[in-house]
Design a protein around this ligand. Structure first.
Ligand SMILES: Cc1cc2nc3c(=O)[nH]c(=O)nc-3n(C[C@H](O)[C@H](O)[C@H](O)COP(=O)(O)OP(=O)(O)OC[C@H]3O[C@@H](n4cnc5c(N)ncnc54)[C@H](O)[C@@H]3O)c2cc1C
Length: 483
């Protein structure tokens, strides 16, 4: 049994009450075990919770939050911990509430094309549950084998197929939300159209600051009749990004256009041997889907555009195995990067698609300035970049440089008319940069919206919205190296 009330700084009667609600296997308090939860995919900042609670039902979540509310204890929701902006870091939140035991698919309604799930269900498991009937859940983050629907809702997650199908908010019909005081509210519902203020829309992307989502009603879509998946090879990223703009300008909307630069191609090829051209400066994975009629013409047209923009070759995946290989390479690219350096920080910014060549040139300059290698693998069709900054956390100077390089990249995105995040959220990572995009009045308005759900900021405190006048980067005590 992992329950050890003595090890936490919390009132033992609270720990006992929570154990009574969640069961002794639904609570972890030994510091060695809590180390597992000290960070998410943003590993530059770390701090362990005092206690982890893993409820199984909405009612248990409500009872847990009521107990915390009475004792004025803040909490942080957590799904699978794959977040890349430190959203699940327990900053000033002694209790972490993890949805890993809330992993049931509650109902499947093919006629209405919807699925009802507990929020801890893994993204891919939703598609797996309806695959036999040739349906799928469209938002497919590259972490879909691990990340949860609750985490996707909190981050308004995207993924490779966002280009055609949209982000999570386009696929959520309703949620059950437990507010910080334990009240259970229903937002949205089974119907497609709603009236009144879009409170559901405010919760999707709230990064756990509105309360804990325990249940969601999701739209599923018919599996496309066919796919054509192309691999286009370029001498450099600049040519590849011009090809992206040209494809989009042609009026064809691929379901995905993903780019990998040379550093990433080599890492992925070494790891998975899927036949990527190891010497290429950049590749695009371009996927078209829909009715089979017309797909070949679109594929031919995309090939023509890519070649016209400097592609030295375009290869069509011959069968499902080849297609799956390409997607495996893309979706596991972050993992493959682990071979290149002890640590890496995955950035997430957006620029207007036509500014991709500019931002990639800027990233090269920043890479040289800080002497840190930066690889690029990203959703090019959306203008959503993911520069991966390689560093070694044993060298404090490199950690500082990695943080500074990431910040410069985000500033450049904003200057080019883009935004601070395409899909990974603000978390703790980008709080300091929020004033680049928003005025003090904007930030106050956001706080007021947050207070509608959580007036005392007990749910995921100190996240997303910086406090006026605070310098988050200097203040962050959980950051490995203060800068
Ligand atoms: C290899 C890799 C690839 C990735 N690719 C993509 C990608 O293509 N697209 C993309 O968008 N993201 C991607 N991500 C980022 C990450 O997977 C997503 O942000 C994902 O939605 C996080 O889900 P999670 O369950 O791991 O959430 P966590 O990391 O556990 O939490 C993320 C945030 O959600 C909050 N939260 C979690 N559950 C709930 C809940 N039930 N109620 C309220 N708040 C909650 C947490 O407090 C936190 O703020 C990737 C990450 C990795 C590691």
């Amino acid at each position: 049994m992992s329950h050890n009330a003595q090890a936490t700084g919390l009132d033992p009667t609270l720990v006992a009450e929570l154990a009574a609600i969640a069961g002794s296997d639904g609570i972890v308090s030994r510091s060695a075990e809590l180390k597992v939860y000290e960070c998410d995919g943003w590993t530059i900042e770390k701090c362990s919770p005092d206690l982890l609670v893993m409820p199984r039902t909405t009612e248990q979540v409500s009872a847990v939050l009521k107990a915390l509310w009475r004792r004025e204890v803040a909490f942080v929701p957590r799904g699978a911990g794959t977040g890349l902006s430190g959203g699940a870091l327990p900053v000033n939140a002694p209790v972490m509430i993890c949805t890993s035991k809330m992993n049931r698919i509650l109902s499947i309604d093919l006629a209405n094309r919807r699925v009802e799930v507990q929020s801890g269900v893994v993204n891919l498991h939703v598609t797996n549950a309806v695959k036999r009937d040739r349906f799928l859940y469209a938002p497919d983050p590259s972490s879909q084998q691990a990340c949860t629907i609750g985490g996707n809702i909190a981050e308004n997650s995207g993924g490779p197929h966002t280009l055609k199908y949209g982000v999570t908010t386009n696929h959520v019909l309703g949620v059950t939300l437990v507010l910080a005081d334990g009240e259970i509210v229903e937002l949205g519902g089974p119907a497609e159209e709603r009236c009144g203020y879009d409170l559901l829309g405010a919760v999707v992307g709230a990064e756990g600051t509105a309360g804990i989502v325990t249940r969601a009603v999701l739209k599923i879509i018919r599996e496309p009749e066919g796919h054509r998946t192309l691999l286009a090879t370029f001498a450099d990223v600049e040519a590849a990004t011009h090809a992206v703009s040209a494809i989009m300008a042609s009026g064809i909307v691929p379901s995905a256009i993903e780019m990998m630069d040379q550093l990433i191609i080599r890492a992925v090829e070494d790891a998975f041997h899927v036949g990527l051209p190891a010497e290429a400066g950049a590749v695009l994975i371009i996927e078209l889907d829909g009715l089979v009629a017309g797909l070949d013409e679109h594929a031919a047209r995309v090939t023509e555009i890519a070649c016209h923009n400097g592609a030295s070759g375009v290869r069509l995946a011959r069968d499902e195995t080849e297609r799956a290989g390409l997607w495996k390479a893309r979706k596991r690219a972050f993992g493959a990067v682990g071979r290149l350096a002890p640590n890496y920080a995955t950035q997430d910014g957006v620029v207007p698609r036509t500014r991709l060549p500019d931002i990639l040139r800027t990233i090269q300059v920043i890479s040289r300035k800080y002497g840190l290698a930066i690889g690029n693998v990203f959703h090019a069709g959306d203008g959503n970049i993911h520069p991966i900054v390689l560093y070694d956390e044993r060298k404090p100077e490199e950690v500082r440089k990695a943080i500074a390089a990431g910040r410069e990249i985000l500033i450049a995105c904003v200057e080019m008319g883009g935004s601070l995040t395409g899909e990974h959220g603000i978390g703790v990572e980008k709080q300091g940069e929020m004033p680049l995009l928003f005025s003090p009045e904007d930030l106050i308005a956001m706080s007021e919206l947050r207070h509608v759900f959580d007036p005392l900021e007990r749910s995921n405190p100190n996240k997303v919205i910086p406090r006026p006048g605070s310098c988050v980067e200097v203040a962050a005590p959980h950051r490995q190296v203060p800068i």
